[in-house]
Design a protein. Structure first.
Length: 262
């Protein structure tokens, strides 16, 4: 009798141990499953988060010496383009047709979605489209970035209608040839236009571009300095027409202006 009772007790004990073990395994499995679900939920949530977008401010630096424009972000070049500044002089004096120096900013962006070569007059499209280097034509084309001065030395820039803009005279890009504005090829001005917002800071300087921008330009095949042993292209020689030089008040510095015959 005692032996039989002991055998039953042992069987019940083993049964309880087995049940406890199964319960422990089940409980552990549930915990593991919950962990996996939690991990999966976190993973799903992370894939729905938007990618981070750089909010670093961009600045335009224009070098008169290099005849180049560099788009900088956090002190590093993003793009470098050849340009053309005034063939007359530097400065903001009314009637001088000079390119102003110093700190400015983009006050207006004009020409979104206009086709390349679209002609603008008084910042309005005329409906005409010109190919590059159209003979005898020198209007403003494609895009306009209207500048406003940030310093006393360039305070008239907005009233003088100083722009960064496209020109059909692309053969003159890379040397001083404008009537005060900063000229670019149509392709380049569209690219720059699409990269910056209104309010972008602009620095026009007589000095060379930062070394990082010059290195970037060389790597991209847009060297900002003449090759060794070669003479840089001379600027287009021009004199200010006397009637215009003596005019009073602000003068529109549109690059499509044609000086009157003497």
């Amino acid at each position: 009798m005692m032996a039989g009772a002991n055998a039953v007790a042992d069987a019940e004990s083993k049964s309880r141990t087995s049940a406890d073990a199964k319960a422990a395994i089940l409980h552990g499995g549930q915990i593991f499953l919950v962990c996996l679900m939690a991990s999966g939920l976190v993973s799903c949530a992370s894939t729905k988060e938007p990618e981070s977008v750089s909010t670093a401010p961009r600045e335009i630096v224009i070098s008169v010496e290099d005849q180049k424009l560099a788009l900088m972000e956090s002190g590093q070049p993003v793009a470098v383009y050849p340009v053309s500044t005034s063939k007359f002089c530097l400065g903001d004096t009314p009637g001088s047709y000079g390119t102003p120096l110093g700190r400015l900013k983009v006050a207006q962006k004009i020409g979104s979605h206009a086709p390349m070569g679209a002609v603008f007059k008084n910042r309005q499209p005329t409906g005409e489209i010109l190919p590059p280097n159209a003979p005898g034509r020198d209007p403003i084309v494609t895009r306009i970035l209207r500048l406003t001065g940030q310093e006393h030395s360039n305070a008239r820039a907005f009233a003088r209608n100083i722009y960064i803009h496209g020109t059909p005279e692309e053969s003159t890009i890379g040397r001083p040839a404008s009537f005060g504005c900063v000229r670019m090829t149509s392709q380049d001005v569209v690219d720059l236009y699409n990269r910056i917002p209104s309010g972008t800071q602009v620095h026009i300087t007589k000095s060379r571009l930062p070394s990082s921008a010059r290195l970037w330009a060389r790597r991209q095949g847009r060297s900002s300095a003449p090759a060794a042993g070669k003479t840089p292209a001379p600027p287009i020689v021009a004199s200010i027409p006397k009637p215009m030089a003596q005019a009073q008040g602000p003068i529109i510095a549109h690059s499509h202006f044609s000086p009157p015959a003497p």
